[in-house]
Design a protein around this ligand. Sequence first.
Ligand code: FE2
Ligand code: FE2
Length: 191
Amino acid sequence: MRQRGNGMGRPLTRFLLDDHRRLDALLRSVVADPLKVDQPEYNQCRAGLLRHIGMEEKILLPAAQRLSGGQSLAIAAKLRRDHAALASLLMPTPTASIITTIRAILADHNALEEGPGGLYEICDDLVGQETDQLVTSPCAAPEVAVMPHSDGPTVVNALQRALERAGYNLIEDQTAGEKLKVLPNEKEVST
Ligand SMILES: [Fe+2]
Ligand SMILES: [Fe+2]
C-alpha cells in the first residue's frame, strides 16, 4: 500500500520535495545579508531552479499526460505560467523586489505541487513504479547553464507579461533599497 504524508514510499515526491527544500535554503542564504546578493550563490540558485522547472516541464508533466491517455493535467497550465514567471524573474540583475517576488511565488507554487491532490501526488499515482526510473535517469535532471543577467527593455517587458499571465505583481520591497548590491562573480557560471 502506498504511504502518504511524509514522502516515504513515494520516490518522485521525495526527490522533488527535497529539491524544493534545497532551493528554499539556497534562496534564504542568498538574502542572508539584506544589503548584498552573493552572485555565485544566486547563480547556483538560478541554475537549480531552472533545472527543477525543466524536470517538471520536460519529464514530469509529459509523463503524466502520456499516462492519462494524452490528456493534459488540469493543473498543468497554471504551473507552466508560474514557471514562465519564475524563469523571467531570474533574468534581470536581482533586486530586493525580485527576490521577494520569487520567494512569494514559490511559496504558493510549491504548496500547489506538494499538497494533497497536487502535482506530485497525482504523478506518483499515475507513474507508480516508473518513478524510480524517472528520478534516477541521467537525463532526468540535466545541468542548466544560466545566462548573464540582462536588464534591457525586452527582458523587462517579457517579465511584466509573464507575471501578468501568471496573475502576479512584482512585490515592492524597499527594505534593502531599490537595488541590492550584487557581489561580483568569482567566475562566470556559463555564457
Ligand atoms: Fe514547479
Ligand atoms: Fe516543483
